[in-house]
Design a binder for this molecule. Structure first.
Ligand code: AMP
Length: 326
């Protein structure tokens, strides 16, 4: 089933790209479709000559259904590397049985068309059978930032699934850079830790969150929101911005978070967490002097679970407190 729908997706992508080339040909301009590889051997064969030629390679790992947030990662990759590989793989290992693996949006044709516009060199889109062949028996189970009581409290399976697949993607591709969005802030920290702990010779590059004009962070899961939920959803970022301002002004952190959580629930969400954490370690903080601080939130509206986060600016109060000045 999965192979058949993937093949249909690729055929549709080829049609779209041909059509685009035909239209653009009239203007004597051709958009090159990225090359698609579906086996580890083909990926390595494609990447090897770039490496031999000393060209820098950036990997952008995604689960597809690409939006402007993903494309910002590709643009950031372009600023650092001559060659860009985008992986598209909806990773079954990071979904619990009750989660949305089956209904997660898949849009390979549109994804390939979007990547053609950005001159991506290679799209690495393995099947689940290629990524996890029969007999597969190894998992990376991260600790540290993966075990701080945020996403891990609500999705206990999640970071082992992410770490295992990201570890595999990095080893398969061996890029010089790998781009990750700040939108998934805890994931970014887990991947950075994993890369360091496993001595992988590459740099993890964080990319700021891309938002809708009303502040909602772009996410493939926003497609699940009905119009009423979509109208309520920007409350998440609004509350984060408000709380960050209050904390910077020196308001009591616990009170700010309590009031912020209540405001999120008034907007129609069920709150999983709204927390202030150390921006590097993700350990709990109690006051502005413990900076740098990141506010992180996860909340459910209808059937959709959204996450977001922002930095709290330290301001003068934190600096003065740190240096013992009152
Ligand atoms: P996903 O396809 O959801 O697994 O995301 C793939 C990558 O895109 C991850 O590194 C995400 O953090 C990043 N990403 C997702 N949404 C955004 C966004 N709105 N802004 C920036 N990066 C994002």
């Amino acid at each position: 089933m999965r192979h058949a729908s993937a093949a249909r997706g690729l055929a549709a992508a080829a049609l779209i790209v041909c059509a685009r080339v035909a239209v653009l040909n009239q203007a004597k301009f051709v958009v090159m479709a990225p090359r698609v590889v579906r086996t580890v051997q083909a990926l390595r064969r494609a990447v090897m000559p770039w490496r031999t030629a000393g060209e820098r390679i950036a990997l952008v790992p995604t689960m597809g259904a690409l939006h402007a947030g993903h494309l910002a990662l590709v643009q950031a990759a372009r600023r650092r590397a001559r060659r860009i590989v985008v992986s598209i793989f909806v990773n079954p290992a990071q979904f619990a049985p009750h989660e949305d693996f089956g209904s997660y949006p898949r849009a390979l044709a549109a994804d390939l068309a979007a990547l053609a516009d950005l001159s991506v060199d290679l799209v690495w889109t393995p099947s689940a059978e290629v990524m996890y062949p029969p007999g597969f028996a190894t998992r990376i189970v991260p600790e540290g930032p993966a075990a701080v009581g945020l996403e891990d409290r609500f999705r206990p399976h999640f970071f082992a699934g992410v770490a295992t697949v990201v570890g595999k993607l990095l080893i398969q591709c061996m890029p010089d850079f790998a781009m990750f969005g700040e939108k998934d802030y805890q994931q970014l920290k887990v991947v950075a830790r994993l890369t360091q702990d496993l001595d992988l010779p590459l740099k993890i590059i964080p990319v700021p969150t891309v938002r809708e004009p009303d502040g909602l962070a772009l996410s493939s899961r926003n497609a699940y929101l009905n119009p009423l939920e979509r109208a309520a959803a920007p409350a998440l970022q609004r509350v984060l911005v408000h709380c960050a301002g209050e904390i910077t002004r020196g308001e009591l952190l616990a009170r700010v978070l309590d009031e912020g959580g209540a405001a999120i629930e008034r907007a129609g969400f069920v709150l999983d967490y709204l927390e202030a954490r150390h921006a590097d370690t993700l350990q709990p903080v109690t006051a502005l002097k413990d900076c740098p601080i990141r506010l992180l939130v996860a909340a459910r509206i209808g059937k959709t679970r959204l996450i977001d986060n922002i930095a709290v600016s330290g301001g003068r109060i934190a600096k003065r407190a740190k240096h013992g000045i009152s």
